[in-house]
Design a protein around this ligand. Structure first.
Ligand SMILES: [Zn+2]
Ligand SMILES: [Zn+2]
Length: 183
């Protein structure tokens, strides 16, 4: 893993962020985050990862550049559905949509884009952030860009909340996120 990484959208230096035992690189301007395949293997079911990786190896190269090596990444559309049951298990519904992610197969890095994920339907069963948290996060993302250091000093949990927001937006991203206890 490279010591530095840059946002594929704005080229800002990504901030290495620890969320529980999950490490990811988060754009200071809130564009999204990068995570490695090795992190993914610790979080997700292997068949789902294999499916994602097979898609990546066959996918066309897009315009985004890898945060680590700057090669163009493969654009993969990962299907998601309305439930949270594993694919193929009883009660698992048909895929209702798909979310684009960008993958560097060479570095085994996956980029999740916040703006794209925001277009997806809300994730229903998980606990949602409070209105106050959402408002604070939205304001932080709107206002960031220039002054990440000062903002992080004032709000050290911001990167965690970006991560949580991504996790609430996408089944694909939940492959990466620490498994929540089921209620
Ligand atoms: Zn960015
Ligand atoms: Zn790369």
């Amino acid at each position: 893993m490279a010591l530095t990484a840059n946002c594929p959208v704005c080229r800002a230096s990504l901030q290495l962020t620890h969320h529980g035992s999950f490490d990811s690189w988060v754009c200071p301007a809130g564009h999204g985050l990068a995570a490695t395949l090795s992190e993914l293997y610790g979080r997700a079911q292997q068949d789902e990862i294999h499916q994602l990786w097979q898609l990546a190896e066959q996918a066309p190269v897009g315009e985004r550049r890898c945060p680590m090596c700057e090669r163009a990444m493969a654009t993969v559309t990962a299907p998601f559905d309305a439930d949270e049951l594993d694919e193929g298990t009883p009660g698992d519904g048909a895929a209702t949509g798909e979310v684009p992610v960008d993958v560097c197969v060479a570095d085994e890095v996956i980029w999740f884009d916040t703006a794209e994920l925001d277009a997806l339907p809300a994730d229903l069963p998980d606990p949602q952030p409070t209105a106050e948290q959402e408002a604070a996060l939205a304001a932080a993302i709107d206002n960031f860009g220039d002054d990440y250091e000062a903002a992080v000093e004032a709000d050290p949990d911001l990167a965690d909340r970006v991560l949580q927001r991504l996790g609430h937006s996408s089944r694909a991203f939940r492959l990466l996120a620490p498994r929540q206890p089921q209620h």
